[in-house]
Design a protein around this ligand. Structure first.
Ligand SMILES: [Zn+2]
Ligand SMILES: [Zn+2]
Length: 144
């Protein structure tokens, strides 16, 4: 918090939004996350907040509208949000979704660097969202 919260306040104002606790709260959660978060995961992390889930949902949509948040992943129809702009790279790297625990992790860009072609698909492939589906290391090592 502290300096980071001040930065968030400023970014909200620059985006023409009033600074509210829910907006600051959601931005804080996204800033601390180690990967894209679904609405449900944001709600879980906001446990104890004094606003309701509908407000959290509207807040996410609003932050996305003004470009402070972005949907980095849309596996199985679930939008997963990340902080956009500022220090974030927009999560242009591939993501790994664990089908067992639902965790989504950021992977290094190099993984897809070797996927390139010439011809009509070149640009499409360069811009494609790459998602790997499988089991994360934690789930793989869990017995049973
Ligand atoms: Zn897992
Ligand atoms: Zn990412």
């Amino acid at each position: 918090m502290g300096a980071e919260t001040n930065e968030m306040r400023q970014r909200l104002r620059e985006s023409g939004l009033r600074v509210t606790r829910s907006r600051l709260g959601v931005l804080d959660i996204l800033a601390d996350a180690d990967g894209p978060l679904s609405f449900t995961q944001v709600v879980e992390r906001l446990e104890g907040a004094d606003w309701d889930q509908a407000t959290t949902y509207r807040t996410l949509v609003k932050l996305k509208e003004v470009g402070l948040a972005a949907v980095a992943s849309r596996v199985e129809g679930i939008d997963r949000y990340v902080l956009a702009g500022g220090r974030s790279d927009g999560h242009q790297h591939p993501h790994f979704l664990c089908g067992a625990c639902g965790r989504i992790a950021c992977l290094p860009e190099e993984i897809v660097a070797s996927i390139s072609v010439d011809g009509p698909w070149a640009e499409s492939i360069r811009r494609a969202v790459v998602q790997l589906l499988g089991e994360c290391p934690d789930c793989l090592t869990q017995p049973g």
